[in-house]
Design a protein. Structure first.
Ligand code: NDP
Length: 323
């Protein structure tokens, strides 16, 4: 089978198309023929070595969907022929993947395999950020950075659906249009405008209840300045680079603020939570409440180009690789 491996960490050139044997299912695993694999920023961190893979070389990719072709001896939760999806397991940039059965969720009728692959990581992230990290309520205000990105467009839709006011930052007019279509009430072109000044103006100086920040280095400090007293900064990514260390006393001085650095793994830590959260997101898709924009579709062999495009801020919404 074909797969994309990293033999040595580095830039997009570190992604190599290789020929590997189709994996066998260990007793607790199922083998899935991959219909679509999601490309996520976390793949860049693993490719670069910012996050460390357990072994080298390794097949990249943490999100996929497809059909079960074999099950291990101890598996009774899925059968050959089932449509399934998963995240947080390495190896989805491939034609087949061996996945622990307890990480697989069934794809319901009304949801395509591509949609399932497009939503496992980013959809469940947007869900936990709006429902658990900060339980956003109708009438509250959220600032969403990189609002036309993969997670960003889903966050805007979920926040809008809850009835919150959404202030969105994006880098271009094209991205502004997408964020607006997704339900953003206000748009700030943070590459041209100072988002701190604009957010204060848009909230009449009161500040926002929550900042959802995936950009990190270039946005974090100013984000603290636009929170209302006791507001929450959910720093969930570092697309522009990691945030510099900072003195916690600032949280007191800026209004007894909260900061959290959440990760999806802790929000789908049990089988029950994984199923509940994926079901909730699939239901939003099936009901038409959540529109997925998987417009950047690449053949598996073009994984390098997908990474180049994602890192150069060219993409909007979801990127998929099709084996
Ligand atoms: P995106 O589609 O959001 O792509 C990244 C976006 O970040 C760009 O499109 C760009 O939007 C913005 N950006 C701002 N500065 C830079 C920069 N210097 N270089 C590159 N991009 C920049 O990616 P994803 O949706 O896949 O992921 C978004 C973030 O969320 C990542 O940091 C990822 O690690 C994180 N994440 C965290 C999870 C968690 O549980 N903690 C789970 C999933 C994702 P613009 O052009 O509008 O500025």
């Amino acid at each position: 089978m074909k797969a994309i491996q990293v033999k040595q960490v580095g830039g997009p050139e570190a992604l190599e198309l290789v020929e590997l044997p189709v994996p066998h299912a260990k007793p607790n695993e199922a083998v899935v023929e991959v219909a679509a694999s999601g490309v996520n920023f976390i793949d860049v961190y693993f490719r670069e070595g910012r996050y460390k893979a357990a072994a080298m070389p390794f097949t990249l990719g943490q999100e996929g969907a497809g059909v079960v072709t074999a099950v291990g001896a101890e598996v009774n939760s899925v059968n050959v022929g089932d449509r399934v999806a998963w995240t947080m397991v390495h190896g989805s940039y491939a034609e087949f993947a061996a996945v622990p059965a307890d990480k697989l969720v069934p794809i319901p009728k009304g949801v395509s395999e591509r949609d399932a692959a497009a939503t496992m990581l980013q959809g469940m992230t947007a869900h936990y950020l709006t429902h658990d990290t900060f339980h956003l309520k109708r009438g509250q205000t959220a600032l969403v950075h990189a609002a036309a990105g993969g997670v960003g467009l889903l966050l805007v839709q979920m926040a809008h659906d809850i009835g919150a006011r959404v202030i969105a930052t994006v880098s271009t007019e094209e991205k502004a249009k997408l964020a607006r279509e997704a339900g953003a009430d206000e748009i700030i072109l943070y590459t041209q405008q100072d988002f701190e000044v604009e957010t204060k103006r848009l909230t009449g100086g009161k500040g926002v209840d929550v900042v959802y920040d995936s950009v990190g280095k270039t946005t974090f400090e100013k984000g603290l300045n636009v929170l209302r007293p006791r507001g929450l900064m959910a720093l969930y990514g570092a697309s522009s680079g990691p945030v510099a260390p900072f003195d916690l006393i600032q949280l007191s001085q800026k209004g007894s603020l909260y900061v959290t650095r959440p990760a999806l793994g802790a929000y789908i830590a049990t089988r029950e939570e994984l199923i509940e959260r994926s079901d909730a997101v699939f239901e939003m898709i099936a009901m038409g409440k959540l529109k997925l924009r998987a417009e950047h579709i690449y053949p598996l062999k073009d994984a390098r180009q997908a990474h180049i495009d994602l890192e150069s801020r060219k993409t909007t919404g979801k990127l998929l690789l099709i084996p």
